[in-house]
Design a protein around this ligand. Structure first.
Ligand SMILES: [Ca+2]
Ligand SMILES: [Ca+2]
Length: 216
């Protein structure tokens, strides 16, 4: 009986200590994403659930970005799956583009500067991985392209945007932003061909995800 009481007391102590003791918040993974979004506010293969930044001790010279989509569909052409951030007053982004060239259907780029689908940004080919099973898209950026940031450097204004170009509405002359507003007005989120994370609410100030701090 005494033994049982002791065990119960111990179990209670463990439960209480895990509830009371603050555990460190580790940013930058699937469980602690910098960017979190509404689910089902776009077509499933463009629907951002969350996105995050990370580094790995074994590859300290790289920064990674990952987007977790609700679904994946690499058959749909002209997709743009992007992550954006600011560092030292410069804008950076990664993009996984799908369905532009038959010989290079899935392609990864890193860019410096604002206009990621026009010619004013500096754009580099990088490595990446599109995991169709889990719907995650990861870009691997050599830190040399980021001017080798020191540990402690802060990435701010984090966001993600996924969209596709053309298609039926594109042929009618509606651009992604126009279509996004159109479906928003019509209350048809499941047809949205563009997803912002965090959401952009027309007429409200733009919100961003959490900051990420360079570890290595
Ligand atoms: Ca979403
Ligand atoms: Ca969204």
């Amino acid at each position: 009986m005494i033994m049982k009481g002791k065990i119960l007391f111990f179990v209670l102590l463990v439960l209480l200590s895990t509830a009371i003791l603050p555990f460190p918040v580790i940013a930058g993974d699937d469980q602690n994403p910098e960017i979190v979004d509404t689910v089902e506010d776009a077509r499933s293969y463009l629907d951002i659930e969350k996105a995050w930044f990370f580094e790995e001790e074994s590859t300290p010279n790289y920064l990674y970005t990952t987007i977790k989509l609700r679904n994946s569909n690499v058959m749909m052409p002209k997709q743009h799956l992007t992550v954006h951030w600011k560092m030292d007053d410069e804008i950076y982004w990664t993009i996984c583009s799908v369905g532009y060239e038959a010989g290079q259907w899935i392609h990864f780029n890193f860019g410096i500067g604002i206009d990621y689908w026009y010619d004013r940004a500096e754009v580099f080919d990088i490595e990446g991985e599109f995991d169709k099973e889990s719907g995650t898209v990861t870009c691997k950026i050599p830190k040399s392209l980021l001017n080798d940031p020191e540990p402690g450097t802060i990435l701010t204004d984090t966001s993600s945007e996924c969209f596709e170009r053309f298609g039926f509405f594109g042929r009618l002359g509606f651009g992604p932003k126009m279509r996004s507003i159109l479906f928003y007005k019509l209350g048809l989120p499941e047809l949205q061909v563009q997803d912002f994370a965090p959401n952009i609410i027309p007429g409200e100030e733009r919100e961003y995800g959490k900051d990420y701090i360079i570890k290595y």
